[in-house]
Design a protein around this ligand. Structure first.
Ligand code: PBG
Ligand code: ZN
Length: 323
């Protein structure tokens, strides 16, 4: 006696009847990078298909994005000038507020998540305020993160996603938002974020590479699985509405482990280096790009992710339309 698995694999009808996981347009969050200026649209060399966009160009891009059926985006800002405390992020007329205003005026139904961090805004490229030794000071950074969050909320953010890995972020942001009258804005925590070399291309597009050192003092050690679970459960306890694991490819064991321990919605961030690897292998003709892409997306769902932040979102929509 043995099982004939192939009975349920005979043709697409039966395969789709027994398929366990599905990728849907509704699962996707598409990251976009806003900057100052006009008619500015520059492709990132390390991420073909990803652009820095001035706000007018961003609005044009959103015509296509929304037409494809993407209903949520993740907004990053690239300021004109950077300084030691990331002043543009603390300005209620800074790049994020400016972009949000324009997006909400033109696409009121689009769900806009804002990435909340200082590394794009500081001249040293670290995710917060530095002490005299060049280390990021946790609690002083929490104070400016709270100010930044209220600015995003006032400018119309639907959801705020703190990515800086400061301890206590969720508790502090929840309180600040509630006091300011934004108790209905959810927090999606970058709750388990590793100090990963897969972020390289992002730092080109966001111009946010640290000028000295690295982020291992606040982001997680890739070797740690137990701590990865504790990080996310801590943010659930502090009041996060959605948890996240980042990067995706080589951390799906962590996705599964957190899924089994928390009933919160779980997001996975398919990061820039992962995008670049598939994209360039596809361009070189080394892989069947479209098939590899969809296999990758469904692997996130199978691991336990509910939401997927991905630079591939537009292509995934096209492929879903054709399937
Ligand atoms: C900012 C931030 C980073 C990413 C998202 N938000 C970079 C970093 O931590 O250096 C990475 C995204 C990607 O690689 O696609 N803290
Ligand atoms: Zn950062």
């Amino acid at each position: 006696m043995f099982t004939r698995f192939r009975r349920l694999r005979k043709n697409e009808n039966i395969r789709s009847l027994v398929r366990e996981n599905h990728v849907r347009k509704e699962d996707l969050i598409y990251p976009l990078f806003a900057r100052y200026g006009k008619n500015f649209r520059e492709e990132v060399a390390s991420m073909p298909g990803v652009f820095q966009l001035s706000v007018d160009e961003l609005l044009k891009e959103l015509e296509g994005v929304t037409a494809k059926g993407i209903q949520a985006i993740m907004l990053f800002g690239i300021p004109q000038t950077k300084d030691s405390i990331g002043s543009d992020a603390l300005d209620s007329h800074g790049i994020i507020a400016h972009a949000l205003g324009a997006i909400k005026a033109n696409f009121p139904d689009l769900y806009v998540v804002t990435d909340l961090c200082f590394c794009e805004y500081t001249d040293h490229g670290h995710c917060g305020i530095l002490d005299s030794c060049g280390c990021v000071v946790n609690d002083a950074t929490l104070e400016i993160l709270a100010q930044q969050a209220v600015i995003h909320a006032r400018a119309g953010a639907d959801m705020i996603a703190p990515s800086g890995m400061m301890d206590g972020t969720i508790a502090v942001l929840r309180e600040a938002l509630d006091i300011a009258g934004f108790e209905d804005i959810p927090l999606m925590s970058y709750s388990t974020k590793f100090a990963s070399s897969y972020y390289g291309p992002f730092r080109d597009v966001a111009e946010s590479a640290p000028s000295h050192g690295d982020r291992r003092g606040y982001q997680m050690d890739p070797a740690n699985g137990n701590e990865a679970i504790r990080e996310s459960l801590e943010d659930e306890m502090q009041g996060a509405d959605i948890l996240m694991v980042k990067p995706a490819f080589v951390y799906l064991d962590i996705v599964r482990a957190i899924k089994e321990r928390s009933s919160l919605p779980l997001c996975v961030y398919n990061v820039s280096g992962e995008y670049a690897m598939l994209k360039l292998a596809g361009k070189a003709g080394l892989i069947d790009y479209e098939k590899v892409l969809m296999e990758t997306m469904v692997s996130f769902k199978r691991a336990g992710a509910d939401l997927i932040i991905t630079y591939h979102a537009q292509e995934v929509c096209d492929l879903l339309d054709r399937s």
